[in-house]
Design a protein around this ligand. Structure first.
Ligand code: GAL
Length: 450
């Protein structure tokens, strides 16, 4: 797949940022209450422990389906998904860092391509390279160059090595809405924030929560801010936030923060107690013909997997207001920790994850599109890609690609942590100058801004 020049620009920015972020080593991992389940296997069967944070809806169904395929095809091996609940890896990432740093990693684990993979695990030397798998499977021509660039790193002699296998491509900036609520109230799904506020006022007047948010993991509201900054800055301006070319004191950042403050006035009062999927479920009426609790949610396209898994079909979607033709991108990938116990078994599993056949098992459940460009055609007997996913495949080829902050692609994990601390304070006490100053300081602390 030939990348459009804007895409290459975006990717180069991300790569340049990776190069400039070598000061950010693995963050020390706080302990979490989440326990991973030790795999138990029958005699003569070798366990392969894989950790993900996919515990719900289409995410769990998709991963379970590809694991079932592997375990059936390889009866002497057994992959177990030791999943740790918490959207966007909000619990799993800390637990994984603990295990890797303590020399007790699972055999493989979910990790976002980009900074999360490279800064946390590759640069400090915790991962084996997968060059042999890439060569044997032809992946250097099957994955888009922009993806290859951020699952790889150069050694001191300048040779490129590949460190994880991308399983999917997700889009973070999608607005989902209940179609019947919009038609019944003669409202236009919003392509701009002005339209959003017009709709939101009308919905509020009818007693419907305009925007469902579930930010018991702060990433979910941080992701709304990410989308808003893309809308006020555009693709290049937003990318510039992460490579030092756009100032965090720019008036378009201020505009974005003011929009964010206003948006937070239209969300459900119980947002802090809900997970992302519980919030997405607010768009689903409790019974046929009933009014749902909320009309819209701004969430990554794993929400499509959630709706499809629940049999809810009355949903529409569009790019988040003001972000049409910009794809806020992230990808889940799996690699091989240097201290993995069963390396040969992991390599077999990774081979399935990267293959067109494997990606066409997993992604139709997940809401994502395949990362392998030769995938996209599940056999007739298998689950097919949804209308949303077919739309997303077209957008991915045509849109400007920007990296998601909240999902590990745009910036070092420590920078994401500083952003989330600032956003947490803002949600409790929404003061725009305070947030803007904190975000500007976070860029300096990451040694990207002067
Ligand atoms: C993202 C991840 C997605 C999905 C989502 C919600 O970080 O990449 O695959 O799991 O979190 O948990």
């Amino acid at each position: 797949m030939k990348l459009p020049s804007r895409r290459i620009l975006a990717v180069i920015s991300v790569v340049a940022l990776v190069a400039s972020a070598c000061s950010s080593s693995a963050t020390s991992a706080p302990s979490t209450g989440a326990a991973s389940v030790a795999p138990s296997t029958a005699a003569g069967v070798t366990p392969i422990e894989v950790v993900s944070w996919w515990t719900t809806g289409g995410e769990a169904s998709g991963f379970n389906a590809i694991i079932a395929k592997f375990n059936t095809d390889n009866p002497t091996l057994q992959v177990t998904n030791s999943a740790i609940a918490g959207g966007a890896g909000s619990n799993a990432q800390a637990a994984l860092q603990n295990r890797v740093l303590n020399g007790n990693p699972p055999d493989s684990f979910q990790v976002h391509m980009g900074h999360e993979l490279l800064d946390t695990y590759v640069t400090p030397g915790y991962m084996d390279n997968l060059d042999d798998l890439y060569a044997a499977n032809g992946w250097t021509t099957q994955f888009p160059q922009g993806v290859l660039d951020i699952v790889s790193a150069k050694d001191s002699s300048g040779t490129v090595h590949y460190y994880s296998v991308p399983l999917d491509i997700h889009r973070a900036n999608v607005l989902w809405y209940n179609k019947t609520v919009f038609t019944a109230n003669s409202l236009t799904p919003p392509t701009t924030w002005d339209q959003f506020f017009t709709d939101a006022d009308a919905l509020k007047a009818k007693g419907i929560t305009p925007l469902a948010v579930g930010d018991n993991g702060i990433w979910a509201t941080g992701m709304i801010l990410e989308s808003i900054l893309i809308s006020t800055l555009g693709a290049d301006g937003y990318i510039g936030l992460w490579n030092g070319k756009t100032s965090w004191t720019d008036s378009k950042v201020t505009d974005g923060l003011n929009i964010y403050k206003k948006v937070l006035g239209y969300v459900n009062s119980d947002h802090a107690t809900l997970t992302w999927d519980q919030a997405a479920d607010y768009l689903i009426p409790a019974s046929a013909g009933a009014q749902p609790k909320a009309a819209m949610t701004l969430m990554g396209d794993w929400a499509a997997g959630e709706f499809d898994n629940k049999g809810f079909t009355d949903y529409g979607w569009m790019a988040a207001p003001g972000t049409d033709k910009i794809y806020d991108t992230l990808a889940d990938s799996f690699g091989l920790p240097t201290k993995a116990v069963n390396k040969a078994g992991v390599k077999l599993f990774l081979t399935l994850l990267g293959s067109a056949a494997g990606q066409d098992i997993f992604n139709p459940y997940k809401g994502s599109i395949p990362a392998n460009t030769t995938a996209g055609n599940p056999p007739a007997s298998a689950k097919q890609y949804s209308t949303y996913q077919k739309w997303a495949m077209g957008e991915w080829k045509a849109d400007a690609i920007v990296p998601s902050l909240e999902h590990g692609a745009a910036a070092a994990p420590s920078w994401k942590g500083a952003w989330e601390t600032a956003v947490t304070s803002f949600v409790a006490n929404p003061d725009v100058p305070t947030l803007q100053a904190a975000l500007a300081q976070a860029c300096k602390d990451a040694s990207v801004c002067k």
